[in-house]
Ligand binder design. Structure first.
Ligand code: BG6
Length: 482
């Protein structure tokens, strides 16, 4: 594979996503020798930039301790073309550049070539750019792959329209919809954990599991992104995509094989068994300034309308109505400007049947996705020593301790590698996307139409007052302290 000449065009090359994620991920792969040997990376954006300016921008988020020589040799593979997103002549110019770069890579027109079109772009120009690529750049003699980033629409209808528009230009096998949570180490590990270990799968069902919580917490607000965020809100920004994707992997039945289509079939099946989320099963919040005023409220952001009702926090209860999960409540919860950074999956087991011990706490399996990759099982042990009391302890697999020599790659690096290998397993298929919007769209519309005002919570707090009790009451979550 590494000999296939490959051109990666990064659209939006001067933007934030490209700077912060796409180029650092490409560089990470380059450093490890994982990019094809015959490679060109072409940045494309509207800004006029000299090659030096482009190089400076593309490397601005590389770690400071990286050697200049390595950066230099990476940049030898990179060049830049400026152009508008809807002007055919600009795309023809891009095509010429790609072709001359391909010639430099010594590929004959009929040989195997890969072209990746990576759209690090705002959604407003997705379709324009996709159309221009198809009409002015696309070459059916090579393998073409289009990478797009969320947001994929803002509700079911707009997402379907986008899918139809893009689907009219490219086949599903050419499209890679990124949900970067699918590239995270601990999310990728779920399939292995569940289907390579006999003792997880044996109790991975309603007979043993009492409830599941999938939580995303960030300790900062929308600083600098208020304009974008206010159009979307926390449900569209994180829940409809990242959290629901994680849920579908935790909940799916064993796929027939590890092929992308078999895995995505199983994930889609789970989503199909979830009813649209109800407002009464949802708690919404919006952060306000903290008590001493050192941290601003959401609406203090100049780019946010003063009467905004956009939620920055939400938790919802939902059910997967199938034989494995019937009766088990799932909580998905996400919030900005909270007390800590944490993304985790918490699976709480049922009470021990016929227990020898009174008032036993429940076991839990916790998979921490970030910031510290780890897994632990809350396990009851005899208190060590002469005591016969019980104690809650953990079987703990913290990656830093166990795999201290391994550098866990950024999600984007693993996903770009998948694109280069043509592996769709960790990308969202159009039917999954459709189901995800079906689950959230009625709620989102109701919030907007009925002008549901979110409950305020202080920046840096644990969310709206009573949020934890709300979960305990609704899903019967029991705290695990003994
Ligand atoms: C993005 C959201 O998709 O994910 C952001 O738009 C959020 O609002 C981010 O901060 C979180 O990603 P990570 O990888 O930092 O957990």
């Amino acid at each position: 594979k590494e000999n296939v000449p490959t051109t990666i065009v990064v659209f939006g090359a001067s933007g934030d996503l490209a700077k912060k994620k796409t180029f650092p991920a490409l560089f990470h792969l380059f450093q490890r020798g994982l990019l094809p040997k015959r490679l060109r990376i072409i940045g494309y954006a509207r800004t006029h930039m000299s090659p030096e300016e482009f190089h400076k921008r593309a490397t601005s988020h590389f770690n400071a301790d990286i050697s200049q020589d390595q950066i230099k040799s990476f940049l030898q593979h990179c060049c830049y073309v400026s152009g508008k997103y809807d002007i055919s002549d600009d795309f023809k110019k891009l095509r010429k550049e790609i072709e001359s770069q391909e010639q430099a890579l010594e590929c004959s027109q009929s040989s195997n070539r890969i072209r990746v079109y990576y759209m690090a772009l705002p959604p407003s120009v997705f379709v324009d750019v996709a159309t221009q690529i198809k009409h002015n750049v696309y070459d059916s003699d090579c393998i073409n792959r289009v990478v797009i980033e969320k947001p994929f629409g803002h509700d079911l209808e707009s997402s379907r329209k986008l899918s139809n528009d893009i689907g009219a230009l490219f086949t599903e096998s050419e499209i890679f919809r990124i949900d970067h949570y699918l590239g995270k180490e601990m999310v990728k590990n779920i399939v292995t954990l569940r289907f390579a270990n006999v003792f997880y799968e044996a109790v991975w069902n309603r007979h043993y599991i009492a409830n599941v919580q999938i939580t995303f917490k960030e300790p900062f607000g929308t600083e600098g992104r208020g304009g974008y965020f206010d159009e979307f809100g926390i449900i569209r920004d994180v829940m409809q995509n990242h959290l629901l994707q994680v849920l579908s992997i935790v909940a799916m039945n064993q796929p027939n094989s590890l092929s992308a289509e078999d895995v995505r079939d199983r994930k889609t099946e789970v989503l199909r068994r979830i009813l649209p989320i109800q407002l009464e099963d949802t708690l919404l919040g919006q952060y306000v300034a903290n008590a001493d005023g050192t941290k601003p409220g959401y609406k203090d952001d100049d780019t946010v309308p003063k009467d905004s009702i956009t939620p920055t926090f939400a938790q919802c209860v939902l059910h997967v109505d199938n034989d494995r999960w019937r009766g088990v409540p799932w909580v998905i919860k996400a919030g900005k400007a909270l007390n800590e950074a944490k993304m985790l999956i918490r699976i709480q087991y049922k009470d021990m049947p016929n227990s020898l011990f009174p008032n036993l706490a429940r076991n839990e399996l916790v998979i921490q996705v970030s910031p510290k990759e780890s897994m632990y099982i809350k396990t009851i042990v005899k208190e060590p020593g002469l005591s016969t009391n019980l104690a809650m302890s953990e079987l703990d697999l913290t990656y830093k301790t166990r795999y201290h020599d391994v550098k866990i790659p950024d999600a984007y690096a693993t996903l770009i590698l998948d694109v280069l290998n043509g592996d769709h397993s960790n990308f969202v298929r159009s039917d999954e996307l459709d189901e995800a919007w079906r689950i959230f769209t009625p709620l989102l519309h109701q919030i907007e139409q009925e002008h549901i005002v979110p409950t305020p919570y202080a920046y840096g707090s644990r969310g709206p007052e009573g949020a934890y009790q709300w979960t305990e009451d609704r899903v019967g979550y029991k705290r695990t302290g003994l």
